[in-house]
Design a protein around this ligand. Structure first.
Ligand SMILES: NC(=O)C1=CN([C@@H]2O[C@H](COP(=O)(O)OP(=O)(O)OC[C@H]3O[C@@H](n4cnc5c(N)ncnc54)[C@H](OP(=O)(O)O)[C@@H]3O)[C@@H](O)[C@H]2O)C=CC1
Ligand SMILES: O=C(O)CCC(=O)C(=O)O
Length: 483
């Protein structure tokens, strides 16, 4: 196991029980490196180290926390090209997307550096005489952060940065598919001067490391992003543990983009293609359901297909690539099985959905567009998490809105229209946590809340100043000052 990258536990870089290879999905002959895989016992020592470090870190000054987070953010931004290349090599999003994601991670750390200084409480009069009431926020303790593979640095950043900013200690378990970005981030965090035990990186399997975190009574809260199935397991474990854990779950989406007759067609096509297929459709905010009114339907579908014909699917690092490979064989199998299912369900595969050969072996799939899709079909209800989108025809705005809301999910939604009346009505009546007007459903700002409703999310919002709701606990103090 010599030469493999190590976990960071209690202030030390330590080898795991074994190691696993990190493979480039654009070229499966390219191994990025080998990364330690922790055992349950190693996960427990990370939790113990975090638990021990918590009393001192929770009392650290806001200046200390600010400086550490700012240093982290500054280094990430200064190295965005190099780190973006690493991210694109291991996850398969294009190089501009990889660099953009790294820059966003840096901005998130810088934002939360500022938030340390802005932490505030409330001072109120009591309903009783000579009594004052103070409401303050305190850190919650050790937080376990479990992240997915599709945003290998931005999602860890938007969990780690607020966790540290508000005085919590962190045990971070990245997805096994993307350890290189997580490890690079950990090196930066360590270099920025975080005291021993405050931040711990525990790479390894969800079923081993993740489960150990869920079982531990020393972890006060879990923030998870990933699939609905795993999210449910996390929720059950958090409720079942003693004491119960606070939890924040970000799960899937089946996000509608409504296109009305009066839409600017160029904007609508760009929103659809970007939202559905960029980042290989592997975004929980992807516009996987296009809901199009009668008058524009045929013109819109033709224009989207024309645009899709010009999309270059190739090696993520190659200049000119618009869409990189699918992340791995499992996800590719899932995407292909939904393409088969769509045809079996009676939808029309209007474009794509084919395996592609490129110079090197990788998981290449042409983006797929289904038309004649009934919203009851499984391809319109279940998250596919690949470059596969459906088009459903609607009579008018009212029917389009009803179809948009008819889903078990509620993460993001969008509408393309030039009508202020319809845009305003949609913003008020869309059953989603994030609503976009003439913008793709994916691609969000880093300083405002992120999260959804229904089956998409559970618990307080992530990101922006709303993040403090999850990463702090409220204390109400009463003082009697005498007569
Ligand atoms: N909403 C979103 O942003 C995402 C949704 N997905 C959806 O999930 C599907 C499967 O992707 P997958 O990566 O397997 O998603 P998972 O939900 O399984 O993985 C997300 C994270 O949870 C960890 N994990 C897995 N099992 C457990 C467990 N029992 N206890 C604690 N942690 C666990 C994973 O670890 P490890 O991977 O190391 O085993 C990973 O770090 C995708 O096809 C897509 O539909 C996936 C990613 C992101
Ligand atoms: O759309 C975005 O910018 C973020 C998407 C995301 O967080 C996700 O897919 O998990």
């Amino acid at each position: 196991m010599s030469g493999h990258k190590l976990n960071f536990i209690g202030g030390e870089w330590v080898a795991g029980a074994d190691a696993s290879p990190d493979i480039n999905p654009s070229n499966t002959h390219d191994m990025i490196g080998e990364f330690s895989r922790a055992s349950a016992a190693e996960a427990e020592s990370a939790i113990a180290a975090a638990y021990e470090a918590f009393p001192a870190w929770s009392r650290s000054t806001i200046q200390q926390r600010h400086d550490i987070l700012k240093n982290i953010g500054d280094e990430i931004i200064a190295r965005k090209e190099e780190l973006g290349r690493l991210l694109s090599r291991e996850e398969g999003k294009t190089l501009p997307e990889g660099i953009g994601e790294v820059a966003r991670a840096g901005q998130i750390f810088q934002f939360f550096a500022g938030e340390c200084l802005r932490m505030a409480g409330d001072k109120l009069s009591s309903v009783r005489p000579n009594v004052d009431v103070e409401i303050t926020r305190e850190p919650i303790g050790v937080v376990g952060l479990i992240t997915p593979w599709n945003f290998p640095i931005a999602i860890p950043a938007w969990k780690i940065a607020p966790a540290l900013a508000y005085g919590n200690c962190v045990v971070f378990k990245p997805a096994e598919l993307v350890p290189a970005s997580a490890h690079a981030l950990a090196e930066i965090i360590v270099r920025a001067g975080v005291p021993a035990g405050v931040f711990n990186l525990v790479m390894g399997r969800g079923s081993v490391v993740g489960e150990a975190m869920l079982k531990s009574p020393r972890i006060a809260a879990i923030s998870f992003t990933g699939s609905v199935a795993t999210g449910r397991k996390v929720a059950q474990a958090c409720i079942g543990s003693d004491p119960m854990k606070k939890m924040q779950l970000e799960m899937g989406g089946k996000n509608p983009l409504v296109v009305l007759d009066d839409a600017d067609i160029k904007i609508a096509v760009e929103c659809a293609v970007n939202g559905a297929f960029f980042s290989t459709g592997q975004r929980c905010t992807a516009s996987s359901r296009l809901i199009v009114t009668d008058g524009i339907h045929d013109k819109f579908v033709d224009a989207v297909i024309d645009r899709m014909k010009g999309l270059v699917v190739d090696d993520a690092l190659k200049p000119g690539t618009h869409i990189g490979p699918v992340v791995d064989q499992n996800q590719l199998d899932q995407d292909l099985s939904y393409v088969r299912l769509g045809k079996d369900e009676g939808a029309t595969l209007a474009f794509g959905g084919e395996l592609l050969n490129r110079e090197m072996p990788g998981f290449y799939l042409s983006p797929a567009l289904f038309t004649d899709v009934d919203n009851r079909m499984r391809i319109a209800r279940e998250e596919i998490f690949g470059p596969v989108a459906t088009v459903t025809r609607a009579r008018d705005y009212d029917e389009a809105l009803a179809i948009a809301n008819d889903t078990p999910f509620g993460l993001s939604s969008g509408i393309c229209t030039t009508s202020l009346k319809h845009a305003s009505h949609f913003k008020r009546n869309s059953e989603a946590g994030m609503v976009m007007v003439n913008l793709p459903t994916a691609g969000v700002d880093y300083h405002v809340p992120f999260g959804g409703r229904k089956g998409s999310s559970y618990g307080p919002r992530e990101q922006g100043r709303y993040a403090e709701e999850f990463y702090t606990t409220v204390k109400t103090a009463y003082t009697y000052s005498g007569t």
